[in-house]
Design a protein. Sequence first.
Length: 320
Amino acid sequence: MFEKDFKNEVVEIRGNKIGLGENKLIKIPIDRLPTGTLIEIPVYIFNGEKAGPTILLQGGLHGDEVNSIELIRRMLIDKNYKIHRGCVIVVPLLNVFGFLNLSRDMHGKDVNRSFPGSKKGSLASRMAYYLMKELVANVDFGIDFHTGGEQRCNYPQIRYTPNDTKAKELAILFNAPFMFGSKLIPKSFRNECYKNKIPMLVFEAGESLRLDEFAIKKGIQGTLNILRYFNMIAKTVKIEKSNKSIEITSRKWIRAKIAGLFSTTIKNGEAVEKGQILGHIMDTYGETNFAVKAPYKGHIIALNNFPIINMGDALFHIGK
């Protein structure tokens, strides 16, 4: 698959050296609250004895995307990171400030729009700078775990940079229910990794501020698929089999043509036919009932769970 012969070395983060066969928890100081309370980011390093790839697994880049945090936490508890080959660098929660404030942002700024960052900039900019310098500089590739936004639920899906062949190969290995190439966003984490020739997958599943058991399960399963492929974990670790990932070639959001109360008639992840009714928008007085129909045959890869809709709001994300 990869032409490069991976060889994990001694990992050094903020002056801490983690040798082959060593595991260590490092707490990286980031900033202090106005009260003087120190805020730290926990980073787990699992460095195997045998040569293999070094992988970054990262959650909580957006502080309100709790699915990504819980997913990694469960893997830590289940001891799935007992690495025999290669190295895994795990960041369960990057955006501590956003997490504390139930917010996507960090002090009003989106970390995922702050790359490459600056060591003298805003907190979000400094976070981006040290993430690239201290952690990403050590890795061969990684997985960045996310969820949909508020009230928008993403069906488990893996995204990769379209012209990054290695990232697509990793996406196939991950085997989420859906996979597709997604354009790079300026100043995003994946964009900066691409500039540095580091394949980075983005796993999207569930919605912000809400745990989704199915999404968590699929995220863990996909991660283990990749670790197993590179012989990084023991063969005794159980990985549930699933259907082959469906590759999406084009997609669009269906938006509300009128305002009102919104209800769906289909479930997230379902296959739909062209012209099929997906839901209804009704006014609060029962005088109108507008049917929302599928523009073409495809699959629902995300939907809006919020019932109060304004004209132009995104309702369904449908992929061919």
